[in-house]
Design a binder for this molecule. Structure first.
Ligand code: 5GP
Length: 190
């Protein structure tokens, strides 16, 4: 998506550890014009796929997921992060390794909000090593929900995780696909 790529080139800051900082338009200070365009693009890409619900992970995925949910006319559910498993039987729970904080945490969703009648679109801001998505897919499996596909704002293609998911036959669409990035610059997959 051209507007995303232009914004990343203009505002994105590459930090050590292959982290792209996008706080000025996506992760902290949200450019609502761009967010609306992203949501429309996600709705277009997944039109006719029978999506009944969007699932994301707190916190940075929520804004994009909510905007996409409005554009698609479907509810939005977010998995909550916990230091402990917090299992009392009322939640589906899994463990995710955080790319940005380099630690494991539990993520949970209430059994009341995800079921085998759902066809789920996973949405997140970044795809790096795919750990967050693996956790969300595990929650869907536990609920017996069907996976409709995955929409990502920014995919770091150089990890290979996105292509591995595509090879499994999953419909994965990313609005910006970064092929390489360093302090010297960012290149996109064409
Ligand atoms: P993964 O689980 O795919 O390794 O990493 C995805 C998660 O880590 C996303 O939910 C996102 O919050 C965070 N993340 C991964 N890479 C970056 C990055 O370069 N910049 C920012 N801001 N977050 C990232």
């Amino acid at each position: 998506m051209k507007q995303m790529e232009e914004m990343i080139l203009r505002e994105g800051v590459v930090l050590p550890g292959e982290i792209l900082k996008v706080g000025s338009f996506l992760n902290q200070n949200i450019d609502t014009t761009l967010l609306g365009q992203m949501a429309e693009e996600i709705a277009r890409l997944f039109e006719g796929q029978g999506v009944t619900k969007i699932l994301t992970i707190e916190a940075s995925g929520i804004a994009i997921a909510a905007a996409a949910g409005i554009a698609m006319g479907v509810p939005v559910l977010f998995a909550k992060k916990h230091k402990t498993s917090n299992v009392d039987g009322s939640v589906y729970s899994t463990v995710v390794h955080s790319f940005t904080h380099n630690e494991d945490y539990h993520v949970v969703v209430s059994r009341d909000y995800l079921s085998s009648s759902d066809k789920v679109l996973l949405v997140d801001d970044f795809l790096a090593n795919g750990k967050a998505l693996a956790g969300l897919m595990d929650l869907c499996d536990q609920a017996g929900a069907e996976l409709a596909g995955i929409a990502i704002a920014i995919e770091k293609c150089f990890t290979g995780a996105g292509d591995r998911l595509r090879e499994q036959g999953i419909k994965l669409e990313s609005l910006a696909m970064i092929e390489s990035m360093s302090e010297d610059g960012i290149t996109f997959r064409s």
